[in-house]
Design a binder for this molecule. Structure first.
Ligand code: DGY
Length: 438
């Protein structure tokens, strides 16, 4: 695809349709901070794990070398145990809480103490396949790091006998305040939390963000991790919060397959075999997550086995993960049809017919361009072209209507959260723009 140059930008003004490609490029460049890119200025002043990987995908449309650099910089935040952290701090910024001191990690480049959805191997495969000659050396360096990170998930975030991947902090899921976590979060005792001041509410309307009661628990979970020296085996086995997440489980399954393709390119036979054992268990994980009461895959509290009772947008990532079961899929498709028929700017992050749906509050209803991209990619791979296209065109329309917001009201299309948001711009460039047609 051929894109225009980055000149003549008009920041903070909603761009006209034809300016959107150019504006998206400018957002990527304006949020660039040396070798990494901020999700948006002010609200998120560091490098976030999955944000950065979608940014790499966006950069790969205009500057493949810079795309690889983005991925490499993320792995500066990889711990000795293999975990690629969810935030890489590098410096302290007064506009964000909780910063590096609160997390209290010991990694040389300061980071948070949990991880985030591992889209990296999939994006690395995309970059490599765009130009295998340029990518070979960079892939050789990244491959062992990706292996160590996936191995960390498959050992540290499963509970014995299970295979679904648990998140031990809602922040690890990337879907911070999804109703998927409500029941398990209620069991986290917030008493005695060290007093703190939220910074996010200085940037974004409180009605679009998690509540204070949720924040108290988020910070309590950080304090638990810090107090046990970030012993992730203990955190997963005994910590206050462990919920099997369809989002992270399906994203890892897909990334496992892409990592295996990369292992084949590099002729790493022992890695191919190790990944086979992960892929075998992945199927069991999907069975564990299926909830017949709502005809969808749903989160499941690892402490008591209880399922979440609502459909979230990540329920539909099963196709992206490579999981199909005919009877189940027929039900899942009916669920998707129902949701698409209610939400004009799909795909809502939570079922609009559920009492907990909130069209503006972060992961409790709003539409996110990145999830749309992943879900549609999977649907398209399994031949559901019409639905994949509907989701892609909804993403295009909502950005054309409201600009490059962090997320969007699925009913009105209004933009919410941070503006000039890098991953929304990246998804525009890689997938939603009319420039990507045909
Ligand atoms: C935040 O601070 O809201 C982030 O989502 C945490 O990752």
């Amino acid at each position: 695809m051929k894109l225009p140059s980055t000149e003549q930008t008009t920041p903070n003004v909603r761009p006209k349709k034809l300016d959107l490609d150019q504006r998206a490029i400018s957002i990527l460049r304006e949020n660039e901070w040396g070798d990494y890119t901020l999700p948006t200025k002010g609200l998120y002043p560091y490098q976030w794990n999955w944000d950065s990987m979608f940014v790499a995908l966006g950069f790969s449309e205009i500057d493949l070398d810079r795309a690889w650099t983005e991925v490499e910089s993320l792995f500066q935040g990889q711990w000795k145990n293999g975990m690629a952290a969810h935030i890489v701090f590098r410096r302290d910024s007064p506009s964000y809480f909780p910063g590096p001191k609160i997390w209290g990690g010991t990694h040389e480049v300061p980071t948070s103490g949990c991880s985030q959805p591992p889209v990296a191997a999939t994006i690395v495969r995309d970059l490599y396949e765009k130009d295998p000659v340029q990518g070979k050396k960079r892939l050789l360096d990244l491959f062992p790091r990706l292996m160590r990170w996936h191995r960390w998930f498959h050992t540290m975030r499963v509970i014995s006998g299970g295979a679904a991947i648990a998140v031990t902090h809602p922040w690890e899921s990337g879907r911070d305040n999804s109703p998927d976590w409500d029941e398990a979060l209620d069991d986290v005792d917030p008493s005695g939390v060290t007093p703190y001041t939220r910074k996010d509410l200085g940037h974004v309307d409180a009605a679009m963000r998690p509540t204070n009661a949720q924040y108290d628990r988020y910070i309590k979970l950080v304090e638990y991790g810090r107090n046990c020296g970030w012993d992730h085996a203990q955190i997963t086995r005994e910590g206050p919060f462990a919920v099997a997440d369809p989002g992270i489980t399906f994203i890892l399954m897909r990334a496992d397959r892409d990592l295996q393709a990369l292992a084949r390119y590099l002729e790493k036979e022992s890695a191919v075999h190790e990944i086979d054992t992960w892929l075998y268990r992945d199927k069991i994980a999907a069975d564990y997550l299926w909830n017949d009461d709502i005809d969808a895959y749903a989160a499941r509290n690892m402490r008591n086995g209880q399922h979440s009772d609502g459909v979230s947008s990540v329920s539909f990532l099963s196709y992206y993960a490579g999981i199909t079961k005919p009877k189940r899929d027929a039900k899942l498709q009916r669920t998707l049809n129902r949701i698409l028929s209610i939400a004009p700017y799909s795909l809502p992050s939570f079922d609009p017919e559920h009492p907990k749906f909130d069209s503006k509050r972060y992961w409790r209803g709003p539409t996110w361009a990145i999830i749309n991209y992943l879900v549609a990619r999977g649907l398209s791979e399994y031949g559901f072209e019409e639905k994949a296209n509907r989701i892609r065109l909804d993403t295009r329309r909502v950005i054309q209507k409201s600009g490059f917001y962090e997320y969007f009201d699925p009913i009105t299309g209004e933009g919410s959260g941070g503006n000039n948001f890098t991953w929304t711009a990246a998804i525009w460039l890689a997938w939603a723009s009319p420039m990507t047609d045909g």
